[in-house]
Write a protein that binds this ligand. Structure first.
Ligand SMILES: *Cc1c(COP(=O)(O)O)cnc(C)c1O
Length: 393
């Protein structure tokens, strides 16, 4: 990790752990076989892929044969939703999801709408939580899938997945969850959660980018996603990303052993940062659920300042955070998540996300607590609204 700079954007991506790099390296060089080959080179790679599959399965309480490797979280979401939609086309044409999903889910649903499917986007409360009763009301005889994320990547709110999946099953429909933000960070057990399909991605848990997995409960009807060879039991064709898969397996193995202690440590840092910011900055609001939230996530709205301005000023000070106010395309549309939670465009634009992880320390938190109040004060000195507000208390 580069020192001196402070990285607080672990929800966007994480560095690859040295142990993971080490596990991957031989599969670029001397162990380069194609897992589909019969000779010893191929069998060596096959064994590595299957060992990794067992490790990923074990992290989420699944069976190895229920894991399909993909190119990441986005593909897993596409695969789950389109796969079920195409497989069950004859049975129904309705999908229920939430308005705070990742774009990988929302855009997939939109593309299905263009093909004639109907989609219900459920509202959330001010903490970003989906009401399970809304799920019950939304399901009809035509519903084939409910998809609600495990935890939100922007505001960190953890959804009541056990309740929602139960309702989906009572009404005879499949349930998918995007668990990209939770796998390897908090407890994720496919039996406890009661999910039929679950998306995960290696680069959010200290593995490499470009590899992920979709958990598919045994017996779930789903159409193949990539057509070609017989890889991944004919569900996802293409020569396996062997080094990536091996890295994912190693990252999953490490996460399984360490996530509980790490979650406890990060929750303490998170709460320290939240409290410190509240003490030092006025007109600041925490977004997302106060307790049912991801361990390393701090998401705030600071009134009378722009998220982008805070971000750029923090970056100059060597602190990398993120803002929910603009989408990745650089458009000025505020975050759909914050708008769904009822924030005005103005407040949504004044938002900032800090996400901490393995290399985050107390000193990092202290540095942010030193720098952000100064940045906010400087920006507010130029804000007519803030100055008027304080002239007339
Ligand atoms: C990062 C992320 C994705 C996308 O995963 P990639 O592996 O980057 O494609 C999907 N959903 C959530 C909630 C995410 O945080």
């Amino acid at each position: 990790m580069p020192e001196r700079k402070i990285y607080m954007d672990y929800a966007a991506t994480t560095p690859v752990r040295p142990e993971v790099v080490e596990a991957m390296l031989p599969y670029f060089t001397e162990r380069y076989g194609n897992p589909s080959s019969i000779h010893s080179f191929g069998q060596d790679a096959r064994v590595a892929v299957e060992e990794a599959r067992a490790k990923v399965a074990s992290l989420i309480g699944a069976r190895p044969e229920e894991i399909v490797f993909t190119s990441g979280g986005t593909e897993s979401d596409n695969f789950a939703i389109k796969g079920v939609a195409y497989a069950l086309r004859g049975k129904g044409d309705h999908i229920v999801t939430s308005s705070v999903e990742h774009h990988a889910v929302l855009e997939t649903c939109k593309s299905l709408e263009n093909e004639g499917f109907k989609v219900t986007y459920l509202p959330v409360d001010r903490y970003g939580t989906v009401d399970p009763e809304d799920v019950r009301k939304a399901i009809t005889e035509r519903t084939i899938l409910v998809s609600v994320m495990h935890a939100n990547n922007e505001v960190g709110t953890v959804q009541p997945i056990e309740e929602i999946s139960k309702i989906a099953h009572e009404r005879g429909t499949y349930f998918h969850t995007d668990a990209v933000q939770t796998v390897g960070h908090i407890k994720v057990d496919v039996e406890e959660l009661g999910v039929d399909l679950l998306s995960t991605s290696a680069h959010k848990l200290y593995g490499p980018k470009g590899v992920g997995a979709l958990y598919i409960r045994k017996g779930t009807r789903i159409a193949p996603f990539v057509h070609g060879g017989e890889q991944e039991r004919g569900r996802r064709a293409g020569t396996e990303n062997v080094p990536g898969i091996v890295g994912f397996g190693r990252a999953a193995e490490l996460a399984r052993a360490e996530y509980e202690d790490e979650a406890r440590r990060l929750s303490e840092l998170r709460d320290k940062l939240i409290e410190g910011l509240r003490e030092r900055i006025d007109y600041i609001h925490l977004n997302g659920h106060p307790t049912r939230r991801l361990p390393g996530n701090v998401h705030v709205t600071v009134e009378f300042v722009e998220g982008e301005s805070m971000l750029l000023n923090l970056d100059i000070e060597g602190i990398a955070a993120s803002t929910g106010s603009a989408c990745s395309s650089g458009s000025l549309e505020p975050s759909h998540v914050l708008l769904a939670m009822g924030l005005s465009h103005e407040l949504a634009h004044g938002s900032l996300r800090f996400t901490m992880g393995r290399w985050s320390t107390e000193e990092d938190v202290e540095r942010v607590l030193e720098v952000l109040p100064e940045v906010v004060a400087r920006l507010r000195a130029m804000s007519p609204l803030y100055n008027v507000r304080n002239a007339y208390p």
